[in-house]
Design a protein around this ligand. Structure first.
Ligand SMILES: Cc1cc2nc3c(=O)[nH]c(=O)nc-3n(C[C@H](O)[C@H](O)[C@H](O)COP(=O)(O)OP(=O)(O)OC[C@H]3O[C@@H](n4cnc5c(N)ncnc54)[C@H](O)[C@@H]3O)c2cc1C
Length: 374
């Protein structure tokens, strides 16, 4: 019997999962990926895209095995055995992979805040930056994304004053010496770094923190991401953030037919720390496929564990930081920086795309995409 497997979302996790299920199951499954657009978005390059120092779109079909059917559309509800799309169409499933990723700003700060988290938002930011000459741009959020974005902007737009505001210490997950190196690099590149100030609101002309007002021409959110509401809206068990709760095999605790991967899941501690990252999304996508394939073969899926080895941060095009981390993603205190680190980071970005292409067994023919309303 051929089962219908639907993969919702063609990001890092969804593409890997779809290809591995399609190539592993052969005639036992018909795999359909549903995604709003015909491009794969390299989200890890959206800050580059926004400041016009790189592109972030790849034709999705070129990353999918020919056995995978691609449907363009947005899933609005997951029902018992079928999904509903934005245009009202319904597609049936026997098994489903939930891989909708993350987007949006958390916490939401009131006011005109530009964003980098998805391609439409990055496009809007890019347009606003393009018409700006000689002003100040403030990035709100001093984690790794904020650091990368501020440094990229400083390098690409020397005509602008770049500011980075962090609620706590910059890159709070790193060791003090590593943080100090990042601060020094940002300052060398002309980025004004403000730490320990929570942004409470943004106006057309300023970013407001608990202690004052910082004049700005553009404010860009570079803090944490939220997740889509789809699982919650579909009545599936979710955590407070709205992430699909899964067990140690990545199976939804509310429906055994549904398996989750990537940013949009909350996994038990036994799986390991799931940082919102393509570093976690790729192995999770692979593992989700393993669970689906095991069940298609009437086998019990193996428990999943993920771990980390390196954390790589770009600081513009000619500086960076590479930290050795333990399986729990915590720095082990061994690191290097400079041009070599920037080079490694760039190689890793390319490697993620190569990893996805590596799961293709039969390259796609043109035209195998179905359009349903996005
Ligand atoms: C500026 C920036 C820099 C980053 N830098 C790094 C980095 O250096 N290293 C790192 O590891 N991570 C980085 N990240 C984080 C990383 O991009 C994400 O963690 C990763 O993309 C998550 O992969 P995913 O497959 O779970 O989801 P995504 O890549 O977000 O893909 C989800 C897909 O699902 C689709 N989708 C959503 N809802 C629906 C729906 N209802 N119906 C159909 N399709 C839907 C989306 O359109 C999207 O195509 C960065 C993110 C940003 C924004």
């Amino acid at each position: 019997m051929t089962e219908a497997v639907i993969v919702v979302g063609a990001g890092y996790a969804g593409v890997i999962a779809a290809n591995r299920i399609a190539t592993g199951a052969r005639d036992a499954a018909r795999v359909t990926v549903i995604n709003p657009r015909a491009d794969f978005v390299e989200r890890i390059r959206l800050h580059q895209y926004a400041v016009d120092s790189g592109s972030a779109r790849i034709e999705l079909r070129t990353l999918l095995d020919d056995r995978v059917r691609l449907v363009l559309g947005t899933v609005t509800k997951i029902d018992d055995g079928s999904v509903e799309l934005a245009d009202g169409a319904r597609l049936p499933y026997d098994r489903l992979v939930y891989a909708v990723g993350s987007a949006g700003a958390v916490p939401v700060v009131p006011g005109p805040l530009f964003r980098l988290d998805d391609v439409d938002q990055a496009e809007r930011t890019r347009t606003a930056l393009a018409v700006l000459t000689g002003g100040t741009v403030t990035f709100v959020g001093g984690g790794l994304t904020g650091i990368e974005a501020a440094a990229e902007a400083a390098g690409a737009r020397p005509d602008l004053r770049i500011r980075l505001i962090s609620q706590g210490e910059l890159a709070a997950s790193l060791r003090p010496a590593e943080r100090a190196r990042m601060r020094a690099s940002l300052r060398r590149q002309g980025v004004e770094v403000i730490e320990g100030q929570r942004v409470t609101a943004v106006t057309e002309r300023a970013v407001i923190t608990g202690t004052g007002s910082h004049p700005t021409d553009l404010a860009i959110w570079s803090g944490s991401f939220g997740v889509p509401e789809l699982a919650r809206r579909s009545g599936l068990p979710v955590d407070r953030a709205g992430r699909l709760i899964v067990d140690e095999t990545l199976t939804s605790t509310g429906d055994r037919r549904i398996v989750g991967a990537g940013d949009a899941i909350a996994a038990p501690a036994s799986v390991g720390f799931v940082r919102m990252s393509c570093q976690a999304a790729l192995p999770l996508g692979r593992a989700a496929a393993g669970t689906v394939l095991a069940r298609l073969r009437d086998r019990t899926p193996d428990p999943v564990t993920i771990s980390y080895v390196l954390q790589c941060v770009s600081l513009g095009r000619s500086d960076g930081a590479v930290h050795a981390v333990g399986h729990d993603d915590r720095s082990r205190g061994v690191s290097f920086g400079g041009l070599a680190a920037a080079w490694v980071k760039e190689r890793i970005c390319r490697f993620t795309v190569r990893t996805m292409r590596g799961t293709i067994d039969r390259p796609s023919r043109a035209g195998a995409t179905e359009r349903i309303a996005a």
